[in-house]
Ligand binder design. Sequence first.
Ligand SMILES: [Zn+2]
Length: 434
Amino acid sequence: MVISSHYRLVNAHIPLCLLPSLRLSSQQITNITKEGLICCDLEIKAGKIIGIYPSESAPTDNLLRWDLKKGIVLPCFVDMHTHLDKGHIWERTPNPDGTFNSALIAVGSDRSNNYSNSSYEDIYRRMEFGLKCSYAQGTKAIRTHIDCPSTQFDLSLQVFADLQKEWRDRLTLQAVSLVTLEDYDGARGEILADRIADLGGILGGVPYANPHLEAQLDRLFNLASDRHLDLDLHTDENDDPNSHALKATSEAALRHNFKGKIVCDHCCSLAVQSESEIKETLALVKSAKIGIVSLPMCNLYLQDRQSMRTPRWRGVTLVHELKQAGIPVAIASDNVRDPFFAFGNHDGLEVFSTAVRIAHLDTPYSDWIKVITTTPSELMGLESNFLVAGASADLVIFNARYFSELLSRPQSDRYVIRNGIAIDTTLPDYAELD
Ligand SMILES: [Zn+2]
């Protein structure tokens, strides 16, 4: 455990794709493993990385050294799609049959049964539980969607604002309003967009296929443009080949010449559309500069679920095809222990590990590790999360030396370094939620 403010991490296995400024000799290039890992030393001083060197040519001096023996080092995780406000309600409001429709109904009844003007403490405690889990396991930034029906958004956004302030030295937090697009009609839409702007948040929602979708998207883009807000939309979270919200959002972005960042999440139906439709949509997404966030754990749970029938597809969008088209792709955890997903632990490693299995992000691992580290950081507009000299020393250190070791155990003994200092990685007790 590190206690010095100036030290070296030596013999760290780091994915080369996370080291954009590392220069290697032709001899050192031969030392890159078949999984793209390179053995490096990092010099840490006063909370920052001040030097990164291939281990063979690293300076040797009397500085304190922590020999990682080829343990993998990653930048801290960035979890850019969560629902902290709904998290951990499973025990009081489970999903009776695991379907998407039952999840919607269950969340609606949880709202009627449990939300009142005195719900501040309940929302705060569950949201903070999520933050504690995330922080202890090595996440440094989180974007959370927040259910914003008119009866609830004042209170939930107030809890978010308070936690954002309280945790600002540990976690960067962003909020996205989650409503149907009709909710942006009229004065109510202005009020919600103003509230999100006050919070420095992102305008969000769920564009459903309907005859008014184009007009609804125009309204949303106008509200966002007027306030210089970014957009983050739940699109096509279904297996209906006629669900084209991603395409409609791309067309709206181009129609509006929208200047902010846009992220579309889920995009499951893309995977069940024809090759010609896929090609057309990917071209539009690319020219609209939209980033895609896949939520593999939640998609696997909800998609293709019917009683007494074995699921036939994994529910995820076309992450390989999107990446090959040059479209930024991130993955994130989504719901945790609520009617949309019965499990989860706010762990970036579990999300990546599950995504590797579901979407075949191995053979080769290539630069897929960026989907939970550097790419979401870029899509959220944060400071670079690559490992370069000058970056904050925000690192997750594993005993595992290779991806196969990393992804085969939960790595509960990992170290998390924030601003150069090892933090307490103890997870909160579930009894805190009682
Ligand atoms: Zn979501």
